[in-house]
Design a protein. Structure first.
Length: 223
């Protein structure tokens, strides 16, 4: 095997992406349940309040499971990028953007009370996430070019264009949703709907990325 570290790393990133997809699906369900819970609570009736509380509790449980999966996926991604960087320099850039993303997310948490600033930091976080994916794909392209696997290189190149669009749309909906959430219950419901749309775009990007990682894993296993 010519690139054992890259193979081990891409395999871990591939596993992390599976967990991210599952977390994304749970995120959609959580957000949808959140919308229904908010709508039920606004009815003011006893039955509506009870339905809202039950649905909200269910959303909380799913949200907790989603959080655990995201944490595990994040750790697996770091381990994968770290391993792959030993064989290909572009993966080192992915690690740099992971660190930037961590710093931005911490800042966003600390400044969560300032809606607009929190929304802007969310965009920066989305950009850092895209750059991690971009750097990994560029690393795959570099290795594929080295071993003359034009099919994998082309798949990775094409996915970059699609991912740019999905991440851009995700960032826009995330910012608008953050702003709307400060406008009472109605704004909160609209924000939750936009959150569902944002997660859908993220899920699309996960599947695109997942497909390329699968091809890269098979490529590295065969050389």
């Amino acid at each position: 095997m010519r690139f054992p570290n890259a193979y081990d790393g891409v395999k871990k990133i591939y596993t992390a992406e599976i967990l991210s997809i599952v977390a994304g699906v749970l995120g959609i369900l959580t957000a949808i349940m959140g919308v229904f819970a908010a709508a039920a609570l606004t009815t003011g009736t006893g039955g509506g309040m009870l339905a809202g509380l039950v649905t909200g509790a269910g959303a909380g449980v799913l949200g907790f499971i989603m959080l655990i999966l995201m944490i595990v996926a994040f750790i697996m991604n770091i381990l994968g990028v770290s391993s792959a960087s030993k064989d290909e320099e572009m993966f080192s850039q992915a690690m740099m953007w992971i660190i930037i993303g961590i710093v931005v997310n911490v800042a966003s948490t600390l400044l969560g009370g300032i809606k607009l600033l929190s929304g802007l930091l969310s965009i920066v976080s989305t950009f850092a996430s895209f750059m991690v994916t971009y750097s990994v794909l560029k690393g795959i392209i570099s290795i594929a070019s080295t071993i003359c696997d034009s099919a994998v290189a082309a798949a990775a190149e094409n996915s970059v264009r699609f991912l740019m669009l999905t991440y851009l749309l995700s960032a826009v909906f995330g910012l608008v949703g953050t702003i709307l959430s400060s406008f009472g219950t109605g704004g909160g419901i609209l924000a939750a709907i936009l959150t569902v749309i944002e997660i859908v775009f993220q899920l699309v990007s996960y599947f695109i990325y997942f497909g390329v990682l699968g091809k890269a894993k098979d490529m590295l296993a065969s050389v």
